[in-house]
Design a protein around this ligand. Sequence first.
Ligand code: NDP
Ligand code: TDO
Length: 307
Amino acid sequence: MAKRILITGSNGLLGQKLVALLRTQPEIEVVASSRGANKLATLYPDVRFVPLDVTDAAQVTQVLSDVNPSHLIHTAAMTNVDECELNRAACWQQNVTAVENLVAVCEVLAVHLIHVSTDFVFSGNAGPLAEDALPAPVNYYGESKMAAEQVVQVATCPWSIVRTVLVYGVAHDYGRTNIVLWVRDSLRAHTPIKVVDDQLRTPTLAEDLAQGCWLVAQQNATGIFHISGDELLTPYDMALRVADFFGLDKQLITKVNSDTFTQPARRPPRTGFIISKARRILGYQPHSFEEGMRLLAQQLGEIQQTG
Ligand SMILES: NC(=O)C1=CN([C@@H]2O[C@H](COP(=O)(O)OP(=O)(O)OC[C@H]3O[C@@H](n4cnc5c(N)ncnc54)[C@H](OP(=O)(O)O)[C@@H]3O)[C@@H](O)[C@H]2O)C=CC1
Ligand SMILES: Cc1cn([C@H]2C[C@H](O)[C@@H](COP(=O)(O)OP(=O)(O)O[C@H]3O[C@@H](C)C(=O)[C@@H](O)[C@H]3O)O2)c(=O)[nH]c1=O
């Protein structure tokens, strides 16, 4: 059966990669939605866009009824972890109330809901983690994402939860940075940076995450899937690799502990994912960190496309 896939948060990093991937799939129709004006209008004029603020229950009902999707990939969220700690009401609205709104309509219309979640639902005491590890968030963003997962898990429509870790990539007309771009840009500007070596993550190329979500939709797979890269690295390791890859000065990078930072939100120390379930069931195969940086550099026009 043909699929019509509605994406929330299509202006975001994952949302943009999903639109780029899905518009090239012959057997599906993609409909993009986001809260702000469509950032992809000139890039992909062929893709239908509908404005949608997911915190507005009436709008959610109207848009889902109009679009009548077979699948909904919910990427929209408040993703600034420190901002979530400081502005808890807004965080709850965007990360939990929004999911309640979506679930209510997905249940009525029997839409397959694919909800994107995070390694920050875990305490970070025992990474890398499999899907059945017990959530125990250490910050408010993580609490809100765990509460959203709980809403999804009792939904009566088909549902999947795709959890991911520290996503990197380039997007169009996009303000938020990520570890690869931040390190590259800082070193290029000869700005010294302090990078932690007491956190562990499996950094995720945004294209891989989009592919993971698409595999879930394509196969109508339900349940929880861990979708990330497969290299367990500290941010300090990542910074050194970025410096090597872009030929930048490693002397500018200082290794530090997380407790030297005074961020409003605590970060879980050891996360990272075991992705064997996604490999086995979905056929998911992530790029290496090196390959991810290569793709990013190609997209930035810094190196030629190969093969
Ligand atoms: N980035 C990361 O490292 C990680 C992300 N995740 C999860 O992955 C998902 C996607 O993240 P990512 O793409 O990086 O996020 P971004 O911050 O890049 O994008 C999120 C988008 O959500 C949209 N949005 C926010 N609030 C609303 C709203 N009320 N209604 C409609 N749209 C809204 C915004 O759209 P607009 O611009 O139109 O306002 C924004 O562009 C999120 O659920 C996040 O929790 C999980 C782990 C790691
Ligand atoms: C700003 C900064 C970050 N870092 C490290 C810590 C951290 O692991 C990594 C990224 O830091 P940030 O504060 O930008 O990102 P952070 O908010 O920790 O990223 C998170 O985003 C949300 C949305 C998620 O769901 C998580 O998976 C997670 O990756 O870089 C440093 O070492 N030094 C620094 O000065």
